[in-house]
Design a protein around this ligand. Structure first.
Ligand code: NAP
Length: 285
């Protein structure tokens, strides 16, 4: 029977470790700080930001929220980011997307001091990841969380055949670099790929980050494959489901991350982990 990779359990353990690290830092008079910027009143964004603030507070991280109206100009937003760049109590800065259309998201990312880029989206950090430099740097939280799940479940990556479906800057591309750095052999497929099954059918690990129900079914996979479902979709009944269609009771898949309860909980836990790591790294500078 398919084994479930329990993201909630691993996220809980990771949060416990993060909380302990925060307590140790506090004994030295240091408190990690996470600044979260929200622009506008998008309800999903408000919910995500609230979840991040709540988790940061729970773990003892100093949570700094900056909420701006939809009408804030790009230049005013960049000034606010510069202020956080200069604030020594802030270790991580996160700007919740999406941003209003009049604000250039790339400019916003590039304005964040790359030492405080807790999302790992800044070109310097993306470059560090692709160059696999040896010094520490932040990495996009969802793919980093996926690597933690694989490690915790002792799923071998070194030498494995890995197919990643999707090539976005926040999931697919950093996932590809992390896998390559971990010595996997990678194929990245996307909306222009002619026959995805041709690649997935031989893969030891398939990671789907598309955002479409039933992108992958049992017929696309080899027996015993490990399947990481990053997708978050609403089915026709409004239920949260992933990209992968499988039968939990009768599947040939080896491992699967369920949706919900797989990759999702790891993203926020990794964000907290990385905030604390960045606080520690800032002392090394
Ligand atoms: P995205 O920016 O929309 O990228 C989707 C990728 O899927 C693109 O590279 C696209 O190819 C590819 N694609 C689209 N249709 C395809 C098809 N039929 N076959 C193969 N590839 C196809 O999305 P994203 O931000 O990476 O997110 C992907 C999914 O992960 C979403 O459901 C999102 O909600 C979820 N997500 C979950 C978490 C979490 O914490 N669990 C975090 C982030 C994202 P092209 O590049 O050719 O357009």
């Amino acid at each position: 029977m398919v084994k479930t990779i329990d993201g909630r359990k691993i996220a809980k353990e990771l949060n416990e470790t993060t909380k302990e690290k925060v307590q140790q830092l506090k004994k030295q008079g240091i408190q990690p700080g996470l600044a979260v910027i929200l622009v506008g009143e998008n309800q999903a964004s408000q919910r995500y930001v609230h979840m991040k603030e709540k988790k940061a507070i729970e773990l003892g991280i100093n949570s700094i929220s900056k909420v701006f109206p939809e009408t804030i100009s790009e230049s005013d937003l960049l000034i606010e980011i510069e202020r956080l760049n200069d604030d020594p109590t802030v270790n991580g800065i996160l700007v919740q997307s999406p941003l209003p259309k009049h604000i250039n998201e790339q400019k916003v990312i590039e304005t964040i001091d790359y030492h405080k880029d807790v999302d790992g989206f800044h070109p310097v950090n993306v470059g560090n990841l692709f160059l696999n430099v040896s010094k520490p740097y932040p990495v996009a939280c969802t793919p980093k969380g996926v690597m933690t799940l694989l490690e915790k479940y002792n799923i071998n990556v070194d030498g494995a055949r890995v197919v990643i479906i999707g090539r976005s800057s926040i999931v697919g591309k950093p996932m590809l670099a992390l896998m390559l750095n971990a010595n996997a052999t990678i194929i990245d497929v996307h909306s222009h790929t002619k026959d995805i099954t041709e690649y997935t059918k031989d893969a030891d690990i398939v990671i789907s980050a598309v955002g479409k129900v039933a992108t992958i079914t049992e017929a696309d996979l080899k027996e015993g494959a490990c399947v990481i479902d990053v997708g978050q979709n609403l089915d026709k009944n409004g239920k949260l489901v992933g990209d992968v269609d499988y039968d939990p009771e009768n599947s040939k898949i080896g491992y699967i991350t369920p949706v919900p309860g797989g990759v999702g909980p790891m993203t926020i836990a990794t964000l907290m982990q990385q905030t604390v790591e960045m606080c520690e790294w800032s002392k090394l500078k």
